[in-house]
Each structure stands twice: as structure tokens, then as C-alpha cells.
Design a protein. Sequence first.
Length: 367
Amino acid sequence: MTSPIKYGMFVMPYHYPDKPLSQCYDEDLEAAVLCDQLGFSEFWIGEHHTILRESIPLPEAFIARVLPATENIRLGAAPTCLNQHNPAAVATRLGFLDHLTKGRLNLCFGPGSTASDMELFGLDFKASSAMTREAIDMILTLWSTEPPYDIEGEFWHINMTEQFSEDIGFGYIHKPYQQPHPPISMPAMSRNSGSMKTAGKYGFQPFVAALVTANRIGALWDTYAEAAHEAGRTPDRADFKVCRAIFLADTTKEAQERARNNAMGENFDYIGRVLDRGLGRDIYKRDESMSDAEIDMDYFMKELIIAGDVDEVLRRLLEVMEETGPFGTLISMGYDWDDREAWIRSNELFARELMPALNKAVGAESA
């Protein structure tokens, strides 16, 4: 038998802009607690600074708030936008947070990709990937070596020489609770993803967004695996995290009607408008030759949103896996609880019925 597929949740978070922020954060907290109670292995939250629908400028603070309300679930920001922070600040904050969580922290490193966030911080989008790679190298160096430090890069210079004092303990960086560091993932959406090449090189876990079709998830794994082999590493599909937009109800008709009209369906339309301002709608497309006009709600329901009763969602997921190949963790997307009871019911069906059925179908041991 194979190992069971784990399951988690990722919230961007996505909420309607007229909902009070405190209520939004309360919903996200409740979702995290529910996931912990239902046996989800991990919970991820995004980082955005300038978006009304996705307001979460300090995910570490949210994680610290969730921590005492949960018992077992692992927590992480997806991603920590490395191009928007000094690498030394990231290393010290996350090292501290790992101790605070006593090893329940997951990491995800990537660039911030929202045009308005980039403008706020005066960043060049074209430099994002290079900044991310440089930041990763600096963070790992800080976590794996002792001061004094003099780390010179293209974008940052980390210097701790003049004020370093072993005698009085100046100049030291917190090392993580988990050694050598918490598990690190990298996100992927774009074709021929640079993030997947970096993840494969470093042995990080690939984390594929819910915005891409199953055939492209398979291609992203190939990109990751090729980079891993080139670096002398053996890629492990147990490390592969795949996000999907999944909505369950007691009947397929109910689930599909709700998914078309609730925050899940609205989000896909909204993200399309966001993509129009930056990366472009090609991310959504199964085939690059498709026109933007073909990317409508019917297309989303066919390719990207998986809605139905347990049997229907299981059937769809098995179809997805035929194209993606095996993966270790299925990440369900979380959205605004515009119908609280329906969302809770969906998550309960996901954890209690769908995941056991999926693991049985793929010949895995009971989770």
C-alpha cells in the first residue's frame, strides 16, 4: 500500500470588500480551527498588502493568533513574499515563529506577484525571481552559519561585523526550532516555472496553485523533477502539494449551483481581472491556443472548480490524478463564508467522506 494522501487548506484569504475586516479574520480563524478539528494536516494563508479582497499584510501575526486555538495542524504563509522583505528580517521573524509554534511551522518562499503590492514597495516585477533566489540563499546562510556575517548580494547586503560580540551576545540570528529549518515549499503557476526549477534545485516541496489545469500541473511536476535530477536529488511525489477549488454538498446539483454563485465562482472571475493587470489569463488555459473569450464560468466549472457530492468529486479528482500523477497533499481552497453552514458542511464532507474514499481508491492506507 502507498502512504495516504494528506489534506490541507489554503486561504488567500478571499472576502467581499464590504465585509468588516475583523469579521473576515474571525472567519479565517474559525476555518483554521475547524480544519484542525477535522484532521487537516496543514493550513496556509497568503500575504497581500494592497488588495481589498485579500487583506493579510502580516500572516505571521495571524499564525500566532491561530496557534493557541489549534492543537495539531501545521501553519504557514503561502508564500512569504521574499522580494518585499529584507532577508535578515525574514530569517529572524520565522526563526522566532518556529519556536513559538514548537515546530508546527511550514514555510513557503516565493515572490509577491500582485502589481499593486509591487508598486507600493517600489519593486521591479522583472527582478522578482532573482530577488527571491538571492533572499533564499541569504536566509539559509543565516540559519546554517554563525556570525560575523558579511553577505553581499545584488539586492541586499547583510553585514554584522562591527557590532558582533561573542562576549556579550550581539549579532546572533535565531536558528529555527526545526533543524536545519522548517519544511520549505515554493508556489507555481506559470508555464516552465522558475520557482519549480529553484524548488527542484534546493529540494523544496512543489506547491501548485488552484488556477492551473491538471495537464499543466503534470508539466510543472516534470519541470520540478528535471531540476531535482540535475541537482543530484531524487524528487519525491510525497512532497508534491496540489491545490484545487473543491466544493461539496449532499447532491451534485446543489454543489454545482452553489459553486457557480458563491465566493468560489466569484473568485475565479475576480482573479481573471487581476491577471489582466499582470500575468495574463493564459494561466487559466488548458491549451495556449485558447482565446480569452473561452475562459468563462462553464470553463471554470469543467476545468478548475470541482463541485459535487462525494462520488462526483471523487470521480473528478481521480481524473485530475490521471494527468498530474500522484501527489502527497491535496490542498483545498478556502473562500469567504458567504453561506457559513454550506461551507462548514463542504469541509466536513471533504475530511470525513471524500479523503477516506480518495485514499481507498488510490490504494493507500487509512489516513
